[in-house]
Design a protein around this ligand. Structure first.
Ligand code: HEM
Length: 490
């Protein structure tokens, strides 16, 4: 807050009329009762009672900033999306977050971190709502709600419970890859500036000729990856619970602008069906040896928001915000998220959430939406229905990207896991991460973090299951954990 220099304006009501006092209610004589027709007092009390919107059901604690995305390479052979064309510069908004903690929770609790980007493109808003890990805990949206409940608070005690967390994880072996990331160094980044971001999901890119490829996005921090140990994070949770929020804000204020390089992995459309594991399975990464990174561009966060509530709390990111040139994939998680986010926004910040400042596109809107609470832009003046004879908008079907046409087969409706690929397995990639990516010191921190987590209220049968789970990930890791936890051999 800066000290004002000009003349101090007169306080007004929300309707703009001058108010007579900031401090004293209207009363019957100096010592008599206050009166209900003191409109300004009532307005103040009523507005205050409604100041909060519900916090996000997940990713409640977060912060962000405005930025600029610049394309530095030529990927037009893969996508015709306007924002990815050579040299293009696109304004954007980023929001980083933790998943399970509430709005006031400490930044440094171990958790995946959200990495949500909104690009204000010439073809409407494009949202990339990812995390700081390239994989996730499950591959079917049916399991998301159960997973989140296991990470939030116990219904009886209202305490977070490591027992619930490990019960869920060890009962869901497809979580092994993500849990290994989470328990390792990436589980507590040093700051938001020191973490990478990933789409995690596979998307479709479509070029101007209509040719399709599969892509995964990577955003590499240019500040360098860095992390906190369990002990450092615990200390900060007490001494500086808003550590990430403060760090991002102050870096931008001192013009030490954080930047991320964007690359994609590109898989030819035809490779997907015969690939050795299901490439749309969100618990898997694509090895870079098969699909190397291809440079796209970089973004810079260059402006703090003017008001946290308006631009960050009311920001509505949604994987369903796609633009021509980008489509979905058969990733069931991505398809599930297409419904969930707009639905969450309608509940949390209202039907007309897309009119709020952070969510407004920079292009004109010609939709057939109309009315509803808090509406402030009129519906089309030509006509409010289609088709019409009065100049109302008309969809140009040839411009659509046909996002769902990944298969021409007519499928029967089934409740079924993905069909098997030769190397689908829940533990192989987690094991590769432990053996081939981590060094000895990182492996030691990983097992120490797992031990610390398990010793915090996890019941014996679930500890035994966790030992089996990590033995399946990596034999040595499992044995190390077994002896540290004093669990007997099977
Ligand atoms: C936030 C649902 C999986 C990243 C949210 C929100 C919901 C939700 C309801 C709150 C939205 C709001 O109120 O603004 C789901 C469902 C999932 C899923 C149903 C699985 C089927 C994922 C995955 C990722 C992810 C796999 C990352 C790859 C995020 C992020 C936010 C978020 C970053 C916060 C966005 C922001 O900053 O406002 N999710 N989620 N979610 N989710 Fe998910």
């Amino acid at each position: 807050m800066s000290q004002g220099t000009g003349p101090v304006p007169t306080t007004t009501t929300n309707a703009g009329a001058p108010v007579l006092s900031d401090e004293n209610s209207l009363s019957v004589g100096a010592d008599g009762p206050i009166v209900v027709h003191d409109n300004y007092l009532i307005e103040k009390m009523a507005q205050f009672n409604r100041e909060r919107v519900p916090e996000r059901v997940v990713h409640a604690k977060g912060g962000g900033a405005h930025g600029t995305f610049k394309v530095t390479a030529d990927v037009s052979q893969y996508t015709c999306a306007d924002l990815f064309q050579p040299g293009r510069v696109t304004p954007m908004l980023a929001r980083f977050s933790s998943v399970a903690g509430e709005l006031g929770s400490p930044d440094t609790w171990r958790d995946p971190r959200g990495f949500a980007l909104k690009f204000y493109t010439q073809h409407g808003n494009y949202d990339m709502v990812g995390n700081n890990t390239p994989v996730f805990f499950m591959r079917d949206p049916m399991k998301f709600q159960d997973f989140i409940r296991s990470q939030k608070r116990d219904p009886k005690t209202h305490l977070r419970s490591h027992n619930m967390q490990w019960d869920y994880w060890t009962g869901s072996p497809e979580s092994a890859h993500q849990v290994t990331w989470l328990m390792g160094d990436r589980g507590i980044p040093k700051t938001w500036r020191n973490m990478d971001g990933f789409s995690s999901h596979t998307y479709m890119w479509i070029n101007a000729a209509g040719a399709k490829v599969w892509v995964k996005y990577h955003f590499k921090t240019m500040q360098g990856i860095d992390f906190l140990t369990d002990a450092e994070a615990t200390e900060l949770a007490g001494s500086d619970p808003d550590h990430y929020l403060a760090d991002l804000h102050s870096a931008i204020e001192r013009r030490d602008l954080p930047q991320w390089k964007m690359s994609v992995q590109v898989m030819p459309f035809e490779d997907a069906a015969g690939y050795r594991f299901n490439p749309f399975d969100l618990t898997k990464v694509w090895p870079h040896s098969d699909y190397p990174l291809i440079e796209v561009g970089q973004f810079t966060l260059d402006r703090n928001v003017e008001n946290y509530h308006v631009f960050i709390e009311q920001a509505a990111f949604e994987p369903s915000n796609l633009v021509p040139g980008v489509g979905t994939s058969p990733d069931k998680m991505l398809l599930g998220r297409m419904f969930s986010y707009p639905d969450a926004h309608r509940y949390r910040i209202g039907t007309n959430y897309s009119e709020l400042p952070p969510n407004q596109p920079i292009v004109d809107i010609h939709s057939y939406a109309k009315d509803g609470a808090m509406r402030h832009t009129p519906a089309n003046t030509g006509a409010v229905y289609a088709p019409n004879s009065y100049g109302g908008p008309s969809a140009k079907e040839q411009q659509l990207t046909d996002p769902a046409s990944f298969s021409t087969e007519t499928a029967e409706l089934v409740h079924h896991a993905y069909t098997a690929h030769a190397e689908d397995d829940d533990f192989v990639q987690a094991g590769n991460l432990v053996r081939n990516v981590l060094d000895d010191a990182a492996r030691e921190r990983l097992v120490g973090n797992i031990e610390g987590h398990l010793r915090d209220g996890v019941e014996a049968p679930i500890v035994a299951r966790a030992v089996e789970y990590f033995t399946a990930v990596d034999k040595d890791l499992g044995e190390n954990l077994r002896s540290r936890m004093g669990v007997g051999d099977r």
